[in-house]
Design a protein around this ligand. Structure first.
Ligand code: C2E
Ligand code: MG
Ligand code: MG
Ligand code: MG
Length: 300
């Protein structure tokens, strides 16, 4: 069954992330300034194997650090960044922080053994569908990856609302080129909005992420359960991995395990938290495992 260990390790990461607070209106000028000054930070949410509970990667999530209003959630500024032509600068800021952190995490883990992690960990980053028309952006990202000692196959690009692509033909062309370069592609929030089955079949995705609106209602809604089951079957029949986001309780995790869902994310398994949290976790976990090993040696 699931590695409860992991759950316990991250249960207390809440304080590092968004606090429920009333965010008063934020405006474009504020956002422009914040991006120019680099006041965007990144938190990471672990991604776990549904069966076995191993860590398989992290998703990078942007936070706007407002001097007066505190941490502002992406739902309040990603749309604004897209509309103001700031989204590509924001994407670069996210990569500039997330890549060195991820490399540090991997370096640290390389010295440890027996940790509950998969051998090929990946970093997922959210990409706006609009950015697909900007070839230079991806040149830049590719360069940032190699400057940080990372290979493109360790990076998963998550795309939402691919139906909102301004130019589907050019976007498909870019997705194909990105995949050929090694990047993995994920279709985020699947089942809502404009993401459709046709795109799933046509585009070179590696992963389908089931939208959390279905996952969070799985225990009360038969409809949600049917949708989840259908998405997992569809993903598997196309040779793609299925990931469920928004898992908040054990019952939902068990339901997903029964359906052979591949990966899981959610507050129950780990909240988004600052990078240091996970580096510290690695150290602690390594020490615990060593201690147990020594005790076992003594005992025998
Ligand atoms: P997403 O990519 O679908 O990410 C999942 C969202 O669900 C995150 O919200 C995460 O914190 C939240 N979440 C995860 N597990 C649970 C759970 O168990 N319960 C609940 N209630 N929520 C959970 P967040 O960080 O507020 O991000 C919202 C959206 O903003 C993301 O949705 C993504 O579409 C967008 N976003 C975030 N960072 C970036 C970025 O750097 N670039 C772009 N283009 N979009 C971003
Ligand atoms: Mg995402
Ligand atoms: Mg998304
Ligand atoms: Mg989502």
């Amino acid at each position: 069954l699931v590695n409860i260990d992991f759950k316990a390790a991250f249960r207390n990461t809440r304080s590092a992330d968004l606090q429920p607070r009333a965010v008063r209106s934020v405006n474009e000028d504020d956002l422009r300034t914040a991006i120019h000054q680099g006041n965007i930070s990144v938190v990471y949410q672990p991604k776990i194997e549904c069966h076995g509970g191993k860590l398989t990667g992290f998703e990078a999530l942007a936070r706007w650090e407002h001097p007066e209003k505190g941490l502002i959630p992406p739902d309040l500024f990603i749309g604004m960044a897209e509309a103001q032509g700031l989204i590509d600068s924001l994407t670069i800021l996210v990569f500039e922080q997330a890549l060195p952190w991820f490399n540090q995490f991997l370096q640290q883990i390389a010295g440890y053994h027996n940790l509950p992690t998969s051998n090929d960990l990946h970093l997922s980053v959210n990409i706006s569908a609009r950015s697909l028309l900007n070839a230079e952006l991806f040149e830049h990202i590719h360069e940032l990856c190699s400057n940080n000692g990372l290979d493109s196959h360790q990076i998963m690009l998550e795309l939402t609302e691919t139906g909102a692509m301004d130019d589907p033909v050019a976007s498909l062309d870019m997705l194909t080129r990105l995949r050929m370069r090694g990047f993995h592609l994920s279709i985020d929030d699947f089942g809502t909005g404009f993401s459709s089955m046709v795109q799933l079949v046509r585009m070179p995705f590696s992963e389908v992420k089931i939208d959390k609106s279905f996952v969070m209602t799985a225990h009360t809604s038969r409809e949600s359960r049917l949708v989840i089951k259908a998405i997992i079957e569809l993903a598997h029949s196309l040779g793609l991995q299925a990931t469920a986001e928004g898992i908040e309780d054990m019952q939902t995790l068990q339901f997903l395990q029964e359906l052979n869902c591949d990966h899981a994310q959610g507050y129950m398994l780990g909240r988004p938290a600052q990078g240091d949290t996970f580096i510290d976790w690695l150290q602690q976990r390594h020490q615990e495992i060593e201690k147990q090993r020594l005790q076992a040696l003594k005992g025998s």
